[in-house]
Design a protein around this ligand. Structure first.
Ligand SMILES: Cc1ncc(COP(=O)(O)O)c(C=O)c1O
Length: 369
């Protein structure tokens, strides 16, 4: 079976660089190179200035992997493999799944989290998000029922793209217990970890289960999407070595400048995460005011965690409205059609400094309707 086009990425390819105002991005405001380097310690700056542009170590520089492992109590640098985040999903699915396997996966969701499994001939079972009074949640009873399919892999994504939902610590522990009892492996996409409105991230899955894989990276909470640097963390050394073998057929190793800039970012992790959180904090009340004013046209809740939320559009077609705002107002919105999730929702992203201006443009478009 072939891979279907990644609808969201194709949509961004069409609009992201041709539409002046973006209101649906999932990353937080990007740093400039100068800004990031201004945070470098004298020692890190010296390495940057003398960096050799040769090949790097395939699993990631040991110092970089040590800085990453710091965030995963009980894991060592050898439990980390660096990769482009999207590449890491590909490596994991190609390595861990075989045709005919059953896979349970959160839905709607980031397409590669299920599309690669589908292309391999796996059977997909969607753990659906439920919308009640504008709030999104993932009932654990639904997950428990899906585990009856005997999945090889359970794929979850919290904080969740696109709904902005997350689990409570108790629900997260119940999920871990359920998956562990089922005998399935857990793949946990934690790309938005660190962007919780309550400032209380869930412990990474890889620290809770010996064979779970946690995916994370610098694209969202660190404002460094263009570095294309992420990682997989797991205590399953056999799985990690199979992933490593597969990586020899994708990128082999990360670019040296990326590795060193990533290290500078991780050495300033608290500062950079607070920067992203403060942008979200500034934008949240603006979205709350917008929602109380336009609830008859667009309704929903602020994200519980992460920079995106998934709002109900009360007009006939969210995708037609998004086409209209792009062509007539220069405003890019993301309709739920790219998630294969009907035509009644729009994803909004609160992570950019331009959010207030872009939201004003959305208000103007709604006023003219
Ligand atoms: C849930 C999720 N996982 C993985 C990725 C991939 O991250 P990147 O685009 O940095 O490769 C994204 C990107 O939007 C995402 O939303």
């Amino acid at each position: 079976m072939s891979l279907r086009p990644f609808a969201l990425e194709r949509y961004f390819a069409r609009y992201e660089f041709s539409t002046p105002h973006l209101l649906s991005s999932s990353d937080c405001e990007a740093l400039t190179l100068t800004e990031l380097l201004s945070h470098a310690s004298p020692a890190d700056r010296l390495v940057w200035d003398n960096l050799s542009l040769g090949y790097t170590e395939s699993p990631g520089h040991p110092v970089l992997r040590a800085a990453i492992a710091h965030d995963y109590p009980g894991l060592s640098p050898n439990d980390i493999l660096t990769a482009v985040p999207e590449e890491a999903i590909y490596l994991a699915m190609r390595t861990l799944l075989s045709p005919g396997d059953h896979v349970v996966v959160t839905f709607p969701g980031y397409q590669s989290l299920y599309e690669i499994a589908r292309s391999l001939g796996c059977h997909l079972h969607f753990w659906q998000s439920r919308e009640e009074d504008g709030q999104w949640h993932f009932p654990l009873a639904d997950l428990e029922a899906l585990l009856a399919h005997n999945p090889t892999l359970v794929v979850v994504n919290f904080p969740h793209n696109p709904t902005g939902a997350t689990l409570s610590p108790t629900e997260w522990q119940s999920l871990i217990d359920l998956v562990s009892r089922s005998g399935a492996r857990l793949f946990s996409d934690e790309m938005y970890r660190g962007l919780e409105a309550n400032r209380k991230p869930l412990p990474p899955a890889a620290t809770l289960l010996p064979n779970a894989l946690s995916l994370a990276g610098l694209s969202k909470a660190y404002g460094l999407a263009g570095l294309r640097l992420g990682w997989l963390a797991t205590r399953d050394t056999d799985a990690l070595s199979r992933l490593q073998t597969y990586k020899d057929y994708t990128t082999i190793c990360s670019p040296a400048p990326v590795e060193h800039l990533a290290l500078i970012a991780l050495h300033n992790s608290e500062k950079l995460r607070l920067r992203a959180l403060s942008i979200l904090d500034q934008n949240r009340p603006l979205l709350a005011a917008f929602l109380s004013r336009y609830s008859h046209k667009i309704s929903g809740a602020l994200p519980a965690a992460g920079p995106v939320c998934f709002l109900r559009y009360h007009g006939p077609s969210a995708s037609a409205f998004a086409e209209h705002t792009a062509s007539s107002h220069g405003l890019m919105l993301l309709p739920s059609t790219v998630y294969d999730y009907g035509d009644s929702h729009l994803r909004l992203g609160l992570g950019r400094l331009s959010f207030p201006d872009a939201l004003d443009r959305l208000s103007a478009a709604l006023e003219l309707q």
